[in-house]
Design a protein around this ligand. Structure first.
Ligand code: NDP
Ligand code: 8X3
Length: 249
């Protein structure tokens, strides 16, 4: 029997790759995002019986609920929630950062994720489903300019672990996936469309691809039902750790 996944942020990058990978593996997907034309393209390419486009801003609960209430029968029972939609805005140190950017990151990466998870939990429990949160290495390693973005991703990771504890005995699986550098539109969004910054970061680094992460999500979601991956941190081989900084007189 085909299962149904809801993937937030499926208009680009990791979310779009998750939809393609899950559909190729026999899942039906509800693909969400704000850019309707990109979702419609996915539906046209993969088939309306496999992908349903749900266009909404994850921060807009009324629009989200209207889209979910209008799900076609075949997509109405959700077995897997992939909490992927998210963004970083800016790389400035905290003292120079935009408060509006901080609020946008918190509203998108934290508040909307929590709200959607809360809405879908009863159904996920009923179906012994799963939740995969896309956190980040930024949750685990602070870096300059990562301030609120890293804070939101630490929340996303810890929320997954807290859900695990609360859902004890329900059969629902919860996983936090924490990727390092993945070449997507992430850096263009973070820098307000700076293609040079995108090239500087990913150029020559052989970064992970969105497909690498999507394949990991699929693997986690298709494990035998007695197995739960709690957290999983991934990096490209070219990325590792650096040291502390010391300010001197
Ligand atoms: P992209 O910018 O390529 O994709 C981001 C997706 O999130 C888009 O589909 C976008 O859709 C959606 N999104 C953003 N804001 C909203 C919103 N308000 N409402 C609805 N959808 C929204 O980036 P990635 O694929 O890289 O990012 C996906 C996730 O992976 C994010 O949570 C990110 O933090 C995380 N991540 C990324 C890493 C990387 O190096 N790329 C590493 C670690 C984690 P639309 O704009 O159409 O609404
Ligand atoms: C994205 C990875 O290192 O740019 O979450 O924060 S990083």
């Amino acid at each position: 029997m085909s299962r149904t996944a809801l993937v937030t942020g499926a208009t680009a990058g990791i979310g779009e790759a998750c939809v393609r990978t899950l559909v190729a593996s026999g899942w039906r997907c509800i693909a969400t995002g704000r850019r309707a034309e990109r979702l419609e393209k996915l539906v046209a390419e993969l088939g309306a019986d496999k992908v349903h486009a749900a266009v909404f801003d994850v921060r807009d609960e009324a629009a989200r609920d209207a889209a979910l209430d209008a799900l076609p029968e075949a997509f109405a029972g959700i077995d897997l929630l992939v909490n992927n939609a998210g963004l970083a805005l800016g790389t400035a140190p905290a003292q120079d950062a935009s408060l509006a950017d901080w609020k946008t990151m918190i509203e998108t990466n934290v508040t909307a994720l929590v709200s959607l998870t809360h809405k879908l939990l009863p159904g996920l429990i009923g179906r012994k489903g799963g939740v995969v949160n896309i956190s980040s290495v930024a949750a685990n390693y602070p870096y300059t300019g990562g301030n609120v973005y890293g804070g939101t991703k630490a929340f996303v990771r810890q929320f997954a672990l807290g859900l695990r504890a609360d859902l004890h005995g329900t059969g629902v699986r919860v996983t936090s996936i924490e990727p390092g550098m993945v070449e997507t539109e992430f850096t263009l969004v973070r820098t307000g469309g700076n293609h040079e910054a995108h090239e500087r970061l990913y150029g020559g680094a052989d970064p992970m691809t969105a497909e690498d992460i999507a394949e990991t999500v699929r693997w986690v979601a298709e494990l035998p039902p007695h197995l739960n991956i709690n957290t999983l941190e991934l990096m490209p081989v070219s990325q590792s750790f650096a040291g502390f900084q010391v300010a001197r007189e």
